[in-house]
Each structure stands twice: as structure tokens, then as C-alpha cells.
Design a binder for this molecule. Sequence first.
Ligand SMILES: [Zn+2]
Ligand SMILES: [Zn+2]
Length: 342
Amino acid sequence: MKEKMRAAVFEGNGRLTLKEVNIPVIQKDDDVILKVEACSICGTDVHILALPPAVYAKPGTILGHEVVGFVKETGRSVTKVKPGDRVIVKPNYYCGKCRYCLMNMSNHCENIVPLGLESDGGFAEVVKVAERVCYKISESVPTEAAACAEPLACALNGIQKLKPQPGQNAVIVGGGPIGLIYLLILKSAGVSPVIVSEPIPIRQEMAKRLGADFVVNPMAQDLEKFVKSKLETGADLAVDVVGSQMWEACKVVRRRGKVLLFGTNTKAEPKVIQSLITFNELEILGSFIDSATFPVSVMILEKSIIDVRPMVTHILPLEKIHEGIELLRKGAAVKIVIVPNL
Ligand SMILES: [Zn+2]
Ligand SMILES: [Zn+2]
């Protein structure tokens, strides 16, 4: 049997190297070995490879955390999945024992281990994960949609806090893949109009294609003025997917409007006029990665409640991962899915 496989290994200082590494083997009773069907490139991967890095990953780690694959082999105690099952992976291993895990807040687990950042991920032919992070998904879901299950699960965590109502309207600040997923979910929930603010042309086009009622370039137009020209009293809801646009989002919502902060930029320290939040009774909500949202993500994809496929502009083999990262860096792609065995 073959013992080596190809994988994209992070080597520190913005370097990602395609190399032959050992195929992972079962070591623990709850280990599950997956043959990777696809793994999409996340903005996080681009941030890891930036100089200086905007997100930390451990050098020597295989990147990739948005994985769909087929079970090859399982450890002795595994009962949830069996060889041949198709699964998606919750990429943040949680201990299941700490205070937060016991409160069903696994995204805040005190012993969290992120796949593809601190443990070997899915930009490889084979990946090893734990039984508890596997979720079965029907083979009827197209590859590129299944590869978006993780970002969808993350967006759903925010949606559960935002609680959008039919007939409300919204502004999404940032039209990258997560912003576009928010657009699809909000539209399917009866929210209209949805205004997307995004400076990159390919993303603006995609937002229009996916149903945005208005798309604004915040570099060319004042977002607040634009929103108020369409929605006199301001928006009911705003989502900052960028991670530094909190104040922009606060300015576009109406009194008692809700602002969801999803994007993360640890360097951002936006200037905030606190009294406006008080006077306008704004609700500011934080949302960090996925919560218990993977089952809902699977259900939405299996029932085709939203169609994320148009968002995937490129499907590339593992050999072309550098090209994929470069396309994203340049703003020449929206979502890229890597298929190792293409
Ligand atoms: Zn991601
Ligand atoms: Zn825990």
C-alpha cells in the first residue's frame, strides 16, 4: 500500500510547500481517516500566508480546514461513521469536557485545536480527524457546495444571533464568500432589500448575480449616504464581515437596529462614538466561527435551500494551490475549491 501522499505544508514566513508526506494512520480509538474529496481555500489561509501573517498557524502543519471527504478507515470506538460515508468536518476539535463545551459552546472550548492551523488539514490526499467533528452529508450535494459547509456553518452562528425577520432589510459590509453567504441566507429568509458594500469588482458582480438589490463601492461612494438614500431611517440589520467596519455598520442601521460583527481583524481599533450606540439603542452582536450549526448547514445544503455553487469561481487540483492563493490575493477569484484527486 502507498505510504506517502501529496500535501501543502505551511513552513512559516508565508511559505507553503507542496511535498510528499506520510499518509496519516489510525492512532486513537476515535480517529477517522478521510480521503479528501475537496477542501476550499478560506480567507484565513490567505491571511496565514501573508507577510507579516494576519492569522497564526503552526509551521509544519498541512493547511486547509473546509473539508469534505469519504471515510477510509475508523478507530475501534467509532460508531457515528463507517468506511464509505461522505462527511464534512467541523474544523475546530473541542474537548467536550471544559466549561464551555458543557454549555454547548464548543467554539469557545478551552482546549480547542483548529484543523489546518495547528493540526494537519485538508490540502492533502488524506486527512485524519476525530469522530466527534464528522457530520455525514448526502452524496447528492455537489462537491463545491459541500466544500462550503464550514463557512456556511460559521455564517449560521451569526444568523442565529441576528434573528432576521421577513420584511426587514439589511446592509452587508464586505462581499467576500462569507458576505455572499449572508446575502443568500438573508434573501432566502425574506429580507429585502439587501445592500452589499464591496470594493472588488469580481465580488460586486457576484453579489448582483446572487440577488443583492444594491451593490455599493465604498471607495467611490459614501456608504451611509447611499443607504439612507434607499432606506430613509436606516437599515434594520447590518453585518460587518470585514472585521474593521464596526463603525460603518453602526452608522447605517436605524434606531434599535442590530449590528452583527463577524469578520476578525485583530489589528482593527475602530473609532466609535459610544453615545450614538446609546441614543440609538443599537444591539451589537459578536459571532465567532461556528457554534452548534453544522447539522443546520448540512440540512440547508441537502435541501438546496441556498445555492452557493455560483460563488465557486475556480476548482483546482492540489498542484495549483499557489495559483489559487494568488488569485484570491489579487481579488481575481471569489471562492476556490481544491480537489486533490482531480
Ligand atoms: Zn474558513
Ligand atoms: Zn472544551
